[in-house]
Design a protein around this ligand. Structure first.
Ligand code: GLA
Length: 390
């Protein structure tokens, strides 16, 4: 999908050329899952798949939205009437994300002229529902387009926070800051080490090809209904555990003190949740060290350990993800794990470059034998974060 095509579609829809075209990518998280709402660490990178937004300013306080990927026409909203209690629904539900960004900009008191507004046309090749943050890509692309157009000076970290606020307060999803930060701040060839407490970021070189490796993304093409309620429940459980331990967040529990802390928690479920978060933060630190040392293969077992922790302690995996991970390992992967929130979506597998056909074939066959839909398997390398295309 080229920027020219997106701009052409905008022109056909709205009758004049857009003022610009912006793009923001989906992400996968290499390691550090369910840590971002515990002030912990994560290590995502940006995918080559991205969402494009062609946009122009308006002066009449109207927002017009159109998506190439959703068969419903142009949606017209009045800026003054954007209300988190009444986001667009039904076939227009996709419009919650860009509308939420506009609402977040206005709500933050950022100088979008009250007479402002925008025409947007959106087009994406980030698969929706695959756990690859298609919603963050749409939010961040919209936020970058609007802040550029209106000359609003925001850093990339502020842009991510704005996009996250749209998702939390307008769309109503209580996510952490990882997805939007990855989409806004990641750079090509690097994984992004994010400390979600102070939002400090480090770009860690991550070049599988140079090491003779590939990272497969296995989209299971399932999303179990449990996902939303279970996410909020995990979040609450972590916050309660931190409070019970007298800590601001689980990030403040050092790995070395884990056993002593677990002994102080009466609830076995809470103990498992805490163990996941604390061991996962430690795994992020270790994977980062291995990446820096160029010892990529050795990160494999930590990915697999992370999956076991998400499956057994955090209980956010599902049969399709477990099958993808187990099959990839049996077919020779150095390590594999679910990525993202869980209950479906995608898994990662770190493999030798020349094992791609064998591992993909084994996973596809295992899915067929189990009666699952065929998975979508692609190789991923870290691509650029959000940027202006034209
Ligand atoms: C989802 C959320 C993120 C993060 C992950 C789990 O992707 O949007 O904020 O919590 O789940 O690591």
């Amino acid at each position: 999908m080229t920027a020219t095509r997106t701009a052409d579609a905008f022109r056909r829809l709205y009758g004049s050329a857009p003022e610009g075209v912006w793009a923001a990518p989906g992400r996968v998280n290499l390691i550090g899952e369910h840590t971002d709402y515990n002030d912990g660490f994560c290590l995502p990178f940006a995918l080559p798949q991205r969402t494009q937004v062609a946009a122009s300013r308006r002066t009449d306080g109207m927002l017009r939205l159109h998506s190439a990927d959703v068969p419903s026409g142009v949606l017209t909203l009045r800026l003054a009437e954007l209300d988190p209690a009444r986001p667009p629904q039904g076939p227009d539900g996709w419009a919650r994300y860009p509308a939420g960004v506009l609402w977040a900009l206005l709500d933050a008191g950022l100088p979008v002229s009250p007479l402002g507004g925008a025409d947007l046309h959106v087009s994406s090749d980030v698969p929706a529902g695959a756990g690859l943050s298609s919603s963050a890509a749409l939010e961040v692309a919209t936020a970058l387009a609007l802040t550029d157009l209106y000359g609003i000076p925001v850093t990339r970290t502020e842009l991510a926070a704005l996009a996250r606020r749209a998702e939390n307060a307008y769309v109503g999803v209580p996510c952490g800051v990882m997805d939007q930060t990855a989409s806004a701040c990641a750079t090509a060839g690097h994984a992004l080490h994010l400390d979600t407490r102070g939002l400090a970021q480090q770009h860690i070189p991550f070049d599988c090809a140079a090491a003779g490796l590939r990272l497969l993304v296995i989209d299971t093409r399932v999303k179990h209904d449990l996902a939303d309620g279970a996410y909020a429940e995990r979040r609450a459980s972590c916050h309660e555990a931190a409070a019970a331990l007298g800590l601001p967040a689980l990030r403040d529990l050092p790995y070395a003190d884990l056993d002593a802390a677990l002994a102080r928690l009466g609830d076995p479920v809470q103990r498992r949740r805490v163990r996941h978060v604390v061991t996962e933060n430690e795994r992020v630190v270790r994977v980062e060290e291995l990446l820096r040392a160029g010892r990529l293969r050795e990160a494999g077992p930590l990915l697999t350990e992370g999956h076991a922790s998400l499956r057994d302690d955090y209980e956010v995996s599902c049969p399709e993800l477990d099958l993808a991970v187990a099959t990839a390992e049996a077919a020779g992967a150095y390590g594999a794990r679910m990525t993202g929130g869980g209950f479906g979506g995608s898994a990662l597998a770190l493999i030798d470059a020349d094992a791609e056909a064998a591992v993909s074939g084994a996973v596809t066959q295992a899915f067929a034998r189990a009666g699952h839909r065929p998975p979508r398997i692609t190789a991923a390398a870290p691509a650029a974060g959000a940027h202006r295309l034209e």
